[in-house]
Ligand binder design. Structure first.
Ligand SMILES: [Cu+2]
Length: 134
C-alpha cells in the first residue's frame, strides 16, 4: 500500500510539473529554415513579455501568435490575418528584441510562421498562457 502511495505521489508530481515549463516573461526563440527552437513557450497571463528572436536561416521568418481558439490550419492565408494576436518579422541573419503583453486568458495559443510555405514545412510552435501569480 505504501509503495502504491509513493508511486501515486510521484505520478502527480510529474503531472503537475511535466511538460509545462515554469512561466517566464522572456521568450528566446531562434528561427531556422524551417523551424522554431524551442517549440514551446509558457508565459504568465497579462504580463509584459520580452522577446529575443533571431533568424539564422536564409529567408525571412515570422513569429506569429494566433488568438486563443484559432488556428492557421495547414497554411497561413489572408483569412487568418484577423486571428493574429501578435507578430514579429525577422530578416534572414537578423535578430529583433521586442515585447508584447501576454493575453489575459490562460490557454494554449498556436504560434506559426506566416511566410508562404513555412507552416507546411513545419514552422509551428505553442505558447501556453498560465494564470499569473500575484
Ligand atoms: Cu518561416
Amino acid at each position: 500500500m505504501r509503495k502504491i502511495l509513493v508511486v501515486l505521489a510521484f505520478t502527480l508530481m510529474l503531472a503537475s510539473c511535466g511538460g509545462a515549463a515554469k512561466p517566464s516573461t522572456d521568450i528566446n526563440v531562434t528561427m531556422t529554415d524551417f523551424q522554431f527552437s524551442p517549440t514551446q513557450f509558457t508565459v504568465p497571463a497579462g504580463k509584459e513579455i520580452s522577446v529575443s528572436s533571431s533568424n539564422t536561416g536564409a529567408v525571412v521568418h515570422n513569429f506569429v501568435i494566433m488568438k486563443l481558439g484559432t488556428t492557421a490550419g495547414t497554411e497561413f492565408n489572408d483569412e487568418d490575418i484577423p486571428n493574429v494576436y501578435w507578430e514579429v518579422e525577422i530578416q534572414p541573419g537578423g535578430s529583433v528584441d521586442t515585447s508584447f503583453t501576454a493575453p489575459s486568458e490562460p490557454g494554449e495559443y498556436e504560434v506559426v510562421c506566416r511566410t508562404p510555405g513555412h507552416l507546411q514545412a513545419g514552422m509551428i510552435a505553442k505558447m501556453t498562457v498560465v494564470a499569473a501569480e500575484e
